[in-house]
Design a protein around this ligand. Structure first.
Ligand code: GDP
Length: 295
């Protein structure tokens, strides 16, 4: 994960360590390399620029040039800023409802259905919850089947109404079913399209309004880089979602989405998907990710 970015940042910061005497020029060169590493990882230009400006201000504020180990202090400053950029502290999900209603949003192929299953499994096995999965994709019968397959794998019931073409009704009926049968979490998987379009947005906005979820999660494929950030913005403008799920971080993603998304939509990344299996889900901890990136 992010090996390339890790290597480049490591090299950039070693510039400082290699010099006997640290000067303004060394620091400036280092920051230039740090910025280049971020841009190469597909971080948006403005975010990368602001990042290095903040690191520079901190380095000046902490008198990096006069400390005993300026290289190490620079690494710490960069790590702290990277943590902050990715969201600061980890944020869990709100499970206060009875049932807690969670609405999944995102484009087709982002990993929504897979993640719905992973989350149900996580809540069942780690949080002792009784989740119900709900298939609200009214366009693709295959999507309903896929959720049933996922539910079967993890032993979680799936609610669907294959004949009903009204996703609002399906979601509302599912919540009634959950209440009547002792489910304490309802995870609603919705239809996605290949690109953002008005009809899809209206549909999910209607479901959102009708069921008033405790958590609205936006699922995005980290491999799509800058597009991930743009899609997040489009969904957030309509849904004002609560958190982001970054999937496919096991692939050779350059990492730009993970680093940029929080500062663009100002919503935390809550979980990451790291594989196709139901167990491939991790709570997202910005500090651990920063540690990992900076080695
Ligand atoms: P949906 O259309 O948004 O519901 O997306 P799916 O859940 O069907 O996922 C699309 C494809 O991505 C499937 O082949 C999944 O197995 C795969 N996938 C989902 N999450 C991950 C992940 O975290 N890592 C990897 N490598 N593949 C994933």
């Amino acid at each position: 994960m992010f090996d390339n970015l890790s290597d480049k940042l490591d090299k950039a910061l070693h510039l400082l360590k290699g010099h006997g005497k640290i000067t303004d020029v060394n620091v400036a060169d280092t920051l230039k390399e740090v910025r280049r590493a971020l841009l190469d990882a597909d971080v948006n230009f403005k975010i990368a620029k602001d990042f290095t400006t903040r690191v520079k201000e901190k380095a000046i504020g902490e008198n990096v040039l006069t400390t005993l180990q300026p290289g190490q202090l620079m690494v710490k400053i960069v790590k702290d800023e990277l943590t902050e950029l990715m969201g600061g502290d980890a944020t869990g999900i709100n499970l206060s409802g009875n049932p807690t209603v969670i609405l999944m949003s995102g484009l087709q192929g982002s990993g929504k259905t897979t993640f719905s299953g992973k989350l149900a499994n996580f809540l069942k096995t780690k949080k002792n919850k009784k989740p119900l999965l709900v298939a609200c994709d009214i366009y693709r019968p295959a999507a309903i089947n896929q959720l049933h397959v996922v539910g079967g794998q993890i032993g979680v019931e799936v609610y669907s109404e294959p004949e009903n073409k009204n996703p609002v009704e399906i979601a509302q009926n599912a919540i009634k079913h959950a209440k009547a049968n002792g489910f304490n979490v309802v995870i609603v998987d919705t239809a996605g399209r290949l690109a953002v379009d008005e009809e899809m947005m209206n549909e999910i906005a209607n479901v959102h309004k009708a069921i008033e979820p405790h958590e609205t999660l936006f699922v995005v494929d980290a491999m799509t880089g800058q597009d991930a950030v743009n899609t997040a913005k489009a969904f957030n403008d309509r849904l004002n979602f609560d958190g982001v799920i970054l999937t496919k971080l096991d692939g050779d993603t350059r990492g730009g989405a993970a680093i940029s998304i929080k500062s663009v939509v100002n919503k935390p990344i809550k979980f990451i998907g790291t594989g196709e299996k139901m167990e491939a889900i991790d709570v997202f901890y910005p500090n651990r990710m920063a540690d990992r990136i900076l080695g």
